[in-house]
Design a protein around this ligand. Structure first.
Ligand code: OK8
Ligand code: C2R
Length: 420
């Protein structure tokens, strides 16, 4: 069989709701084909559900597109056809990583006395060994380490367990932020990890409406995920149609997750001579996913023009943070700040010889002004992104995954230098 130019090879594994195939001519990739099948209770309850495979596949593709876009390492490459996607071929870590914001489901059974809805901060993390016959027993961190899994040349040690735990929480938080924009509470979810042919640990498998609990407006009675199916003792055709339309609703909501950002940084410089410094700020904004524009205007020499440019951005309909770059005596940042409610970040082009003198014009401003001051171009970009991240979930997620990736790369360096 061929899907969009990819010739399916032999079946690698068949699960309850998907089949995984090798791809001819692509030894490091696989194609995952979803089935029109819904199951629960480790397969004890199962039904055919026409159209489920396509909805599941589009849900998974949109979730992974978001995770990839914000800088997370995953095995997902792209959708191929309606019901399949191409992914890096991984050996899977046989552990389910469950992350919870609110107590519900199996947590309540294992922790009597904790009321439903009890809030975990940070999100609570649990691990379960994938073993249908024994109903996926909960495993401790020590059990995972002691199992000494070896996958594509990588041994799962305490370092990898740390990385997976941190990554699971980051994935949860990224998706929680995105769902919050649609006024929907992500209650808990499950992800899995794999190791690709180069030995890299990646978020893998499928994330669809079987993987999470979603409560619109935070109201359990409005739940849209697979729990609706799990809760049914008798499943009618009408129930199955409701479940399918719930899943479609979830997939449609995901279209809003990757809409282009309205956030903007405007980098205003007092003179063309500040351009090099401003380009560094712009580069850092770009690396963090924040669009920016450069303008030249001097509040000292052309106050009226500065205020005209300010009015242009106040009225542009986008969410704007201003970054003022002005050397010697910085009038630009404070003049902007005194005439707008937009946030202003001063980033004067100081160096070791003039900082002691020049920085004071940015700091010692009149009362009523709330502009802030940073000394480095990267810090100006980060400060602007952090302000936007309060309302822009994509920028928030970029920062969140940047922090995760820093943690992972430090861990890898420590592991390689200490050989522990
Ligand atoms: C899992 C969070 C919730 O019974 C099924 O749904 C099928 C089964 C499977 O075969 O893959 N699913 O094993 C599964 N385990 C946990 N979760 C799964 N999807 C999710 O994890 O968001 C579940 O959707 C906690 O679940 P809880 O409270 O049941 O432990
Ligand atoms: P010129 O190139 O105009 O002489 O500027 C500029 O940002 C630059 O770093 C020399 C330095 O003076 C700064 N400048 C200000 C302002 N306008 C220009 N500090 C202002 O309005 O604050």
């Amino acid at each position: 069989m061929t899907v969009e130019g990819y010739k399916l090879g032999k079946i690698v594994i068949e699960g309850k709701t998907k089949k995984v195939y090798d791809v001819d001519g692509h030894p490091h990739e696989v194609i995952l084909v979803s089935k029109d099948r819904i199951t629960a209770g480790d397969g004890a309850k199962a039904h055919d559900l026409k159209g489920k495979a396509a909805i599941s596949n589009e849900t998974n593709a949109k979730v992974f597109a978001l995770l990839n876009a914000v800088g997370l390492k995953t095995s997902f490459i792209k959708s191929v056809g309606e019901t399949a996607f191409l992914a890096k071929k991984c050996e899977m870590v046989p552990i389910e990583w469950v992350t919870r914001r609110l107590a519900t489901g199996s947590f309540l059974k294992r922790n009597p006395g904790v009321p439903e809805g009890f809030r975990f901060y940070p999100p609570l993390q649990e691990t379960f060994f994938k073993d249908d016959a024994n109903h996926d027993p909960q495993w401790s961190e020590q059990q995972i380490i002691a199992a000494n899994f070896k996958l594509n040349g990588l041994t799962i040690t305490r370092h990898e367990v740390d990385m997976m735990r941190r990554t699971s929480i980051a994935v949860f938080e990224v998706l929680e932020k995105a769902w919050a924009v649609r006024n929907c509470a992500l209650i808990d979810m499950k992800i899995e990890f794999g190791v690709d042919s180069s030995g890299e640990l990646l978020v893998s498998d499928i994330i669809d409406s079987d993987s999470w609990r979603l409560w619109p407006s935070g109201d359990k009675r409005l739940m849209k995920d697979k729990q609706v199916y799990r809760n049914l003792s008798n499943v009618t055709d009408q129930d199955l149609e409701t479940i399918k339309s719930n899943f479609k609703w979830i997939s449609d909501q995901l279209d809003y997750f990757l809409t282009p950002t309205e956030s903007l940084a405007v980098i205003l410089m007092g003179s063309q001579s500040d351009e090099e410094h401003c380009r560094k700020i712009q580069k850092s904004c770009e690396a963090l996913g924040l669009p920016s524009e450069l303008r030249i205007t001097s509040a000292h020499k052309g106050t009226e023009e500065t205020l005209k440019i300010l009015a242009e951005y106040e009225g542009c309909g986008r969410d704007v943070v201003l970054i003022a770059v002005a050397g010697r005596s910085n009038g630009l940042g404070p003049v902007l700040s005194g005439n707008t409610v937009l946030p202003v970040i001063n980033c004067p082009p100081v160096n070791s010889s003039n900082i002691n003198q020049d920085i004071w014009s940015s700091l010692n401003v009149p009362s009523g002004l709330g502009c802030t001051t940073v000394a480095y171009p990267e810090a100006a970009a980060l400060a602007a992104v952090q302000i936007h991240a309060l309302h822009d979930h994509l920028l928030w997620s970029r920062l969140r995954i940047k922090a995760l990736n820093t943690f992972v790369s430090l861990k890898k360096s420590d592991k390689s230098i200490s050989r522990k």
